[in-house]
Structure formats: structure tokens, C-alpha cells
Write a protein that binds this ligand. Structure first.
Ligand code: 8YV
Length: 321
């Protein structure tokens, strides 16, 4: 069904790109899609909807230039790039896609953890290289995953899925949240600990908390120095939760053993960044939810949020109720 307004014009949506073909197909006959405005460029004030795909800033000044805006729909769960409060003050609903990507992102956290612990990327490079001529039992010894202690910073939907997977590895599961989760503690055998204990006791510390003013820069020099020298830091949340310079120093000086990152700050890192030269870093280009099946569900939910918002109906998932 297309989305005309009362003057029967097609509703206009500014979409951040590049849009996947399936999203273009879902939107094309319903709305008029316009490209995201350049940072220094003007914006059409008659726009009805915003569809954010990557992470362009949606701030109060942009909203003020869009007086007819009815909805902001984000393809993804993290909305740290959107000033959600400014949208609420203007009566604009913000939609996102929680739930559908939890398991894929948790799978990715485990993939990063395992690749780092068992030195899979280094091993792959070596096995393909001319250097691998003979089996060596002392080669590339890693760290054990089973029965190790997993610390989860942020036991939300994704964190719970990570904990479920870790149970299969007989890991001891610790977590730290602003609020305790007695339900998760009983169902997942996860133990609540203070932030200091989480740092000090985790063999693998996974960050799965949203980026907020409270979590920005939460892991810095001080925190990294309080971790075990054998520990691995895994980030599947948002880059700015970890201070990049501090992490670089931690890996260089051996404050922790390794890191595995799906997200960085900035993202991408400059091509000559020293982190990219560290062999004890496993890094992925923000692939947490990047499976065919999950991306399809994200597309469906975000398009549904957009269309409902344009029609003045409640969204499937609204961040700023
Ligand atoms: C998406 C994500 O890849 O949902 C999120 O918050 O970070 C990822 O799952 C990203 O938002 C898509 O642009």
C-alpha cells in the first residue's frame, strides 16, 4: 500500500544509504525516497519521514528544519546517533529493530571470542603462507574457552543471548548492569557483580550495552589496567564505549592479552592506526547483525515502523514512547 497524504502527494522520505536492494524494493512503490542531505547542504522542509540505515546524526537542528516530519525509522537497534529526546519533544516517534538481531549479534560475540582465544585469524594467515612447512605442537597456543569466566557488561537482550551460548561452554557467567536482572540470574546462572569485580575476574569481557552518556568512554586506561593480563576484551556494542588510545596502549603493553572488536571509534579506524598492526587484535567491519536472515527481518521491521509512522499509527517498536 502506498502512503499518500491528504493532498494525495506521495510521502517523502530521506534515507541514509547505500540502501540494500530489498529495502529499495519494499519502499519504492510506497514512498518517494530522497538521498540523505550533505552535511553542509540544504534539506527539503516538506519531508515526512527519515530512514536511518548507517549512523548519520539526527539532531535537534535537523529536526527543526523538518517541520512536517512524522517518523524516524532506524534499521538497527542502536539509536545513539538520534537525539531521541529532541524527537519526543517534537512529537516524532523513533522506531528501531530490537529482538530480531539479538541472536545474530550474540553469535558474532562468540565468533569473535573464539577467533581471538584460539588465534584463528593468525592461524589462517599462517596456514596459507609459505612459512607453514611442518606441524609444530608449540605453535600458536591460545587460551581455553570452556570453563573460563565470561563477564558481560550490559545484560540486555543481546547479553542474555551471549550468556545462553556461554552456558554451552560451561563458562562461569558474571554480569554488570545498572539494574540487576533476577530473571536472568536464575534462568542463565549469571551472577551479578560490581563493575570492579567484573573487570578483575573476567577472562573474557564482552561489551553489549548501548552507547549512552553513561557508557561513553567507560573502558579506559584505568579499567584496562584492572583486568587480568590474560583477559580478552570483546566489543559488539559501539566503538566509543572503549577509549581507543587506551585500548591500543593496553594491547601494546600487555595490560590485557587480546581484543576482538566488531566496532571501533572512529569507525572505520584510519588505515594507518596502530591497532590495525596488532596481532593480538581480531577486528570485523561491524558485522554483528550481518546475516541474510537477520538483515531481512531488520528490513521488514524498519520499513513497517516507517510506514506506520507515516500513517500516524503506533510503531512496531518505538524507542521514545
Ligand atoms: C546494524 C547495529 O548493523 O542494530 C544495531 O545497532 O549496530 C547493527 O546491527 C546497524 O545499525 C545497521 O546500520
Amino acid at each position: 500500500m502506498s502512503c499518500p497524504d491528504d493532498t494525495n502527494r506521495r510521502l517523502r522520505v530521506i534515507a541514509d544509504g547505500p540502501l540494500a536492494a530489498e529495502i529499495v524494493a519494499m519502499l519504492a512503490d510506497r514512498v518517494e525516497i530522497r538521498p540523505w542531505p550533505a552535511a553542509d547542504g540544504g534539506v527539503d522542509p516538506t519531508v515526512d519521514g527519515l530512514y536511518t540505515y548507517g549512523h548519520p546524526r539526527v539532531d535537534a537542528s535537523l529536526l527543526d528544519r523538518l517541520p512536517g516530519l512524522r517518523v524516524i525509522s532506524n534499521y538497527g537497534v542502536g539509536v545513539d546517533h538520534i537525539d531521541v529526546r529532541a524527537a519526543a519533544q517534537r512529537g516524532i516517534p523513533v522506531g528501531n529493530t530490537p529482538g530480531v538481531l539479538d541472536e545474530a549479534t550474540a553469535d558474532m560475540a562468540m565468533a569473535l571470542l573464539m577467533a581471538s582465544a584460539r588465534r584463528l585469524i593468525e592461524g589462517d594467515r599462517y596456514a596459507r603462507s609459505g612459512e607453514f612447512l611442518r606441524y609444530d605442537p608449540g605453535l600458536m597456543l591460545g587460551q581455553e574457552i570452556h570453563h573460563a569466566t565470561l563477564g558481560i557488561l550490559g545484560l540486555g537482550r543481546i547479553g542474555c543471548q551471549i550468556a545462553r551460548r556461554a552456558r554451552g561452554f560451561d563458562m562461569t557467567i558474571l554480569y554488570h548492569n545498572r539494574r540487576r536482572r533476577p530473571d536472568a540470574e536464575s534462568q542463565l546462572a549469571a551472577s551479578y557483580v560490581g563493575f570492579d569485580q567484573l573487570l578483575a575476574q573476567s577472562d573474557y569481557l564482552v561489551i553489549s550495552t548501548p552507547l549512552t552518556e553513561q557508557t561513553r568512554g567507560r573502558i579506559g586506561r584505568d579499567e584496562l589496567q584492572r583486568m587480568k593480563p590474560t583477559a580478552t576484551l570483546i566489543n559488539v556494542a559501539r566503538g566509543p564505549i572503549v577509549q581507543t588510545d587506551a585500548l591500543t596502549e593496553a594491547l601494546q603493553r600487555g595490560w590485557i592479552a587480546a581484543a576482538a572488536l566488531d566496532v571501533t571509534d572512529p569507525e572505520p579506524l584510519p588505515r594507518d592506526h596502530p591497532l590495525l598492526r596488532m596481532s593480538n587484535l581480531v577486528i570485523a567491519p561491524h558485522l554483528g547483525s550481518a546475516t541474510v536472515q537477520t538483515r531481512r527481518k531488520m528490513a521488514e521491521t524498519s520499513v513497517e515502523n516507517l510506514v506506520r509512522g507515516l500513517q500516524g499509527q503506533p510503531l512496531v517498536h518505538q524507542v521514545n514512547e
